[in-house]
Design a protein around this ligand. Structure first.
Ligand code: KG4
Ligand code: ZN
Length: 336
């Protein structure tokens, strides 16, 4: 069978990324240009700045990716692009670029949902085995998804308010860590002890999550301690917070694996880089005989390799777009 080379483009937030992936599983080359240092000056992503930077960089990133792969556009079979969800101005740059390339070079255009991309980052690690459950934990999403086969997504639960990554970043800010604080809270948690009695968030029989309560609990704790003139032990807050988050995520996910009789768990999204999550799930899955797949750290956060992989399977599932493809700031994975 002829090999299929897909060029993926991802610009949904603050990474301008382009990648070429062969047959939905073999990475040929990937370039990720992160704007994180620029946005760190503002304490978060500034949408207007992000989209301007995508405009400046996208063609350079495409050229670099092709050069790294020693390929030209003639070697590319199809183009996959993130059409949503994300920052609308940012998505537009990727979508317009992909549509233009598709038109000029006469290549099919494949629309990819950002969360499908995160899930499919795992196919670069090991072939996904169905049925499976995907735990998606990122800056904007927290979802438990059942997949009977490629490109079928059934939501079995998710956050009712904040996403896990969002909550990590807010807790980081409250304890005085710079943006993006998630990785710093993770690191700091190993220097502390679980001494603060934070609540286990939404500890019920559902597969839903709620992180706004634990976020408020941390804010109140810091506020009360400083009003009393007490020292705030940041590392102990980080440790207590991380333990609670990992506990609730693992408790509900392991229950879902049992109920849905699934032998493959995949974890995806920026927060899957979290060492507490990686360690806990590794331990639990080993004990229960579940195959666990987590992306390599560099593919946990936004990148175009995951979009090219998802594009391969989206294409097989019949997802095609015309050059009038619309970027969508809000779009559910479960409608496509
Ligand atoms: O998937 P992603 O790159 O962007 C979205 O699509 O949302 O995820 C970014 C999020 C940020 O909130 C960041 O703080 C969080 O992932 N994150 C972490 C860690 N690494 C990244 N959160 C906790 N622990 C980490 N090690
Ligand atoms: Zn993402």
């Amino acid at each position: 069978m002829k090999d299929t080379y897909i060029l993926g483009i991802e610009t949904s937030c603050d990474e301008t990324s382009v990648s070429i992936v062969k047959n939905g599983c073999e990475e040929i080359s990937t370039v990720v240009l992160s704007q994180m240092d620029t946005h760190a000056n503002y304490g978060g992503v500034v949408p207007e700045i992000a989209s301007r930077m995508h405009v400046e960089n996208i063609t350079l990133v495409i050229e670099e990716c092709l050069k790294k792969a020693n390929m030209t556009m003639n070697d590319i079979d199809k183009i996959a692009v993130t059409y949503g969800p994300g920052l609308i101005g940012c998505l537009l740059i990727g979508v317009e670029t992909a549509a233009t390339l598709s038109y000029i070079y006469n290549k099919p255009l494949i629309p990819v949902h950002h969360i499908a991309g995160h899930i499919y980052a795992n196919n670069l690690v090991s072939k996904m085995e169905f049925p499976l459950i995907a735990l998606v934990v990122s800056g904007g999403h927290t979802e438990l998804i059942y997949m009977e086969d490629h490109y079928t997504f059934k939501r079995i639960g998710g956050t009712l308010d904040d996403a896990v990554g969002e909550c990590y970043d807010k807790v980081a800010r409250v304890i005085g860590l710079p943006y993006p604080g998630g990785p710093l809270v993770d690191k700091l948690s190993y220097e502390g002890k679980d001494t603060y009695s934070l609540p286990l968030p939404l500890d019920d029989d559902s597969y839903n999550f709620s992180f706004s309560g634990i976020k408020s609990a941390v804010i109140n704790l810091v506020h009360n301690e400083s009003q009393r003139g007490n020292e705030i032990r940041k590392e102990d807050i980080a440790c207590s917070f991380q333990n609670r988050v990992v506990e609730i995520l693992s408790k509900k996910t392991m229950r879902a694996l049992k109920e849905y009789k699934v032998k493959n768990l995949i974890i995806a999204g920026g927060v899957s880089a979290n060492s507490g999550i990686r360690n806990k799930f590794t331990e639990l899955c080993k004990k229960k005989g579940i195959k666990l797949t987590i992306p390599n750290i560099k593919y946990c956060t936004d990148n175009a390799a995951m979009i090219a992989v998802a594009g391969y399977f989206a294409d097989k599932a019949g997802k095609v777009a015309g050059i009038d493809l619309q970027a969508k700031a809000n779009t559910s994975l479960f409608e496509i």
